[in-house]
Design a protein around this ligand. Structure first.
Ligand code: ZN
Length: 423
């Protein structure tokens, strides 16, 4: 996943343009991604798809032609969606168009101006400090013209037409954690799910630019929305902080229960919904009311490297990606397998030993495996789900699921349906 991230990191992405298409090209090397291209000017609910933005070059050069700020050195140097400029300007004239981070003098900030036509450069405070009054040649060689908004989608069919949807935004340039990490984990997840012999749910992956991309997707997929049972936004899955799960707007959906179980068992943090953040706020909007949670590590804005050049490939460690990936797998394991059973031998504890389910040497403390079976037997009255039982037992869902499988195979359990559940 880290090397996948390293491939994506150098690409200059934005909400539209060649960078999004190049990103989807990379993802398409291992996934059968379907692309959609929606023309500039198209209305999507309250939004209109912007003109497409592309960059050929951008720099500030001194009178000897030396580039003192150069887009080719780092794509964060150019404010996203900068309009074309060719001018000779003094440093004083340039200053209103320059962005630095005085508190972190070696870092380049990330800035955009999608919806008001403007231009600017981002640079380290140290670079700015080394500049004299000039004058400078300022070149922003960009195009901003009718084109398309592009997003990629992958649907992996399951036994049920009901869907689990996973999204990751594709609109940030060279920022590793936000969100090459999400793209890398989502890609690995899609590859894993595609390789399974079967799945309960159909899985849909959406790789779209933030906000406008998800709103555009929502505007064009009204037929899919009733089938969306669970949703998860993946972003910022690297960095040293623990896992953080952000609940859906209603806060008590199945995805909330599944993710809260997994993330809290891994020592992570569960947070309530807030209407700010990533694309979860579009899916959860009242008009859709879809059950989308969000998994990250330390969330946006809460780590100093956020939206700066310090969010680079060294900021995200392979072990962090691996833990995030395993956590998502565990959440999906709950969604796929959280069923209810009825104990078929409820009059006292069934004799596990004669079924080969109990260690033959008595007197030792019960193993975790035996304890998980006892929890399942104790609570499987047909109304408690395996996740309910994992919660009362204080055990991992996977252990309870494994115990239930053994008991089911031994004829001690039968699956049931909860109230209101379809047959
Ligand atoms: Zn961001």
């Amino acid at each position: 996943m880290h090397s996948a991230m390293a491939r994506l990191y150098p690409i200059c992405r934005s909400i539209t343009g060649d960078g999004v298409r190049a990103t989807l090209d990379v993802l398409a090397e291992s996934l059968d991604i379907q692309r959609s291209a929606v023309p500039s000017g198209t209305q999507a609910f309250d939004w209109t798809i912007n003109d497409e933005w592309n960059v050929r070059d951008a720099y500030i050069a001194d009178q000897q032609g030396r580039r003192v700020v150069d887009f080719r050195q780092h794509n964060l140097h150019l404010v996203g969606y900068s309009v074309p400029v060719r001018a000779t300007m003094t440093l004083s004239e340039l200053r209103p168009h320059m962005h630095t981070l005085p508190d972190h003098p070696d870092w380049i900030p990330y800035r955009t101006s999608y919806y008001s036509r403007d231009w600017g450069f981002c640079l380290s405070d140290r670079q700015l400090g080394a500049m004299d009054e000039g004058p400078y040649d300022v070149v922003v060689d960009t195009t901003l013209a009718p084109g398309e908004l592009t997003y990629g989608e992958l649907v992996i069919p399951g036994d049920s037409a009901e869907e689990v949807m996973i999204t990751s935004h594709v609109c940030h340039p060279s920022l590793a954690n936000d969100n090459c990490s999400g793209l890398a984990v989502a890609t690995q997840l899609a590859r894993h799910l595609s390789g399974l012999p079967s799945r309960r749910y159909t899985y849909r992956f959406l790789f779209a630019p933030g906000t406008i991309g998800s709103i555009t997707w929502l505007s064009r997929n009204a037929d899919v929305l009733p089938r969306l049972r669970h949703g998860l936004v993946l972003t910022g899955l690297g960095g040293t902080g623990s896992l953080v799960y952000k609940r859906t707007r209603r806060g008590d959906r199945d995805i909330d229960r599944a993710a809260a179980h997994v993330v809290s068992r891994r020592g992570g943090e569960i947070r309530p919904y807030s209407p700010y953040g990533y694309d979860e706020r579009q899916f959860n909007a009242i008009g859709f009311d879809l059950p989308f949670g969000r998994l990250s590590r330390t969330p946006h804005g809460e780590y100093p490297e956020y939206h700066t050049s310090a969010d680079d490939l060294s900021f995200v460690k392979p072990t962090e990606l691996a833990e995030s990936y395993l956590a998502v797998l565990e959440v999906l394991d709950v969604l796929e397998n959280d069923v209810r059973f009825e104990n078929l031998s409820p009059f006292g504890e069934p004799q596990l030993g004669k079924r080969g389910l109990y260690p033959s040497t008595g007197g030792k403390a019960a193993t975790d495996e035996v304890m998980a079976m006892l929890w399942v037997l104790a609570y499987s009255d047909g109304s408690a789900s395996l996740l309910d039982i994992a919660a009362v037992g204080g055990t991992d869902f996977a252990d309870v699921r494994g115990a239930a499988a053994s008991l089911h195979a031994a004829g001690l359990l039968t699956p049931t349906r909860g109230p209101g559940e379809p047959p």
